[in-house]
Design a protein around this ligand. Structure first.
Ligand code: ADP
Ligand code: MG
Length: 234
């Protein structure tokens, strides 16, 4: 479904990602791990057209590198950025509506509102509230809900557990699992919490200073003690 070949990315003159190759099958959950500054966020930005990049990226067989972010979103890739990016002065409902901005199928949008509220009942309870008044966990749910309103085939999630209490993190990851199973939406998840991400994902890639140093089935990577000690810190 997604395939990157020789993908590099740049901030001004600086190359932050050095010709990486990776892929993701239809409906799969893949995690991208690595220390701070390894290039995880940059990889997601390169896929969604938010940073200058070279190489090739194919989504459902179509080349997407060099296309505008809005067009990439319309093809079915929803990006849940680091720090969530909800509109704090708008209500929960308005934030969700924004997620559906590129769609015209009113009936489908109404159904997806119901799905999001069913998955995250707290968002329904707070639908008229300003997003800025939500707790960290609720804002993360809102960011994911907004991405779902695009009816994506692939979600790019950048550190969804960041800043959340452990109990909320578990709840959130359980929701991601449900959404993957029920809607068939594929997920590329960047995480600091490697143990949790390896538990959810089928495949994992490990990034180090802009290069992939290891990849394989998540189960095997999580079980390798050397890898855990050297790269994952647990
Ligand atoms: N906006 C930016 N301008 C310049 N350099 C950046 C910018 N964002 C990230 N970088 C650099 O790119 C590299 C990869 O960063 P990033 O993708 O944010 O890492 P991660 O998400 O794995 O922590 C780092 O060296 C970082 O300093
Ligand atoms: Mg990052």
């Amino acid at each position: 479904m997604l395939e990157a070949r020789g993908l590099s990315a740049y901030y001004g003159e600086t190359e932050a990602l050095h010709a990486i190759d990776f892929g993701l099958a239809e409906g799969a959950i893949v995690t991208l791990l690595g220390a701070n500054g390894a290039g995880k966020t940059t990889t997601l930005r390169a896929i969604s057209g938010m940073v200058r990049a070279s190489g090739e990226v194919f989504f459902a067989g179509k080349p997407i590198l060099g296309r505008a972010s809005e067009e990439i979103a319309r093809l079915g890739i929803a990006h849940v950025p680091e720090g969530r990016g909800t509109f704090v002065r708008m209500s929960v409902e308005e934030n969700l509506q924004l997620g559906a901005m590129t769609r015209r199928d009113r009936a489908g949008i109404a159904r997806d509102f119901e799905k999001v509220y069913a998955q995250f009942p707290r968002l329904y309870d707070r639908r008229r509230q300003q997003a800025g008044t939500l707790s960290g966990g609720e804002q993360q749910m809102l960011a994911i809900g907004r991405a779902l309103m695009l009816r994506p085939r692939l979600m790019l999630l950048d550190e969804p557990s960041f800043g959340l209490a452990p109990r909320l993190v578990e709840e959130l990851f359980a929701s991601l699992k449900d959404l993957n199973r029920e809607l068939g939406v594929a997920m590329l998840i960047v995480e600091q919490n490697a143990a949790l991400a390896l538990d959810l994902a089928q495949e994992a890639y490990l990034l180090e200073t802009g290069r992939i140093v290891l990849s394989g089935p998540a189960r095997l990577i999580g079980a390798d003690e050397n890898v855990r000690r050297s790269y994952l810190g647990y």
